[in-house]
Design a protein around this ligand. Sequence first.
Ligand code: IMP
Length: 183
Amino acid sequence: MHITNAQNDIESILFSETQLRSRVAELGAQLTAEYADKHPIVVCILKGASFFYADLCRMMQCHISMDFIAVSSYGAGSQSSGVVRILKDLDTSITGRHVIIVEDIIDSGLTLKHLRELLSARKPASIKTVCLLDKHERHDPHIAADLCGFRIPDAFVVGYGLDYAGYYRNLPYIGVLKRAAYA
Ligand code: IMP
């Protein structure tokens, strides 16, 4: 698939490259202040958070370690079951460490909730969850991330790491996918 064709499938741009850069810089500054002397492990949830994670880590002006985890949701259909299976675990122990989990988007919120519980069982010093996008109307407010880039309406979005059927991750902005592209 050529990138030009990918762009033709976008209904509207929700967040431009400039808007993403500026919000990620704000989040990075906030985390820098909070974790200045804590040497946190920043955990990327593959693959959707990859671009957000790479940009956020570069905006953190303090010592950090980087690690990666890949999960898949149990159950059939497009609805998240909230029970996650680890496809690729962290390489490092998080026991006694400050952990920042970086997620792309919260829909039902169940994936992040379950992952938080799973990693909490390893007895880290603290856990903070950070997500780029939050479909806040879709879930109980009690399971929101600790830190969020943007709240968005209930639409299917792609780009900046987010995919549909494995495509569109390489778009440099966040866009709403045309219904025709997945109908
Ligand atoms: P949750 O467990 O329902 O919160 O699902 C979160 C996961 O669903 C995210 O990590 C994404 O992989 C996927 N997801 C949810 N909404 C979208 C979307 O609009 N575009 C792309 N992926 C999405």
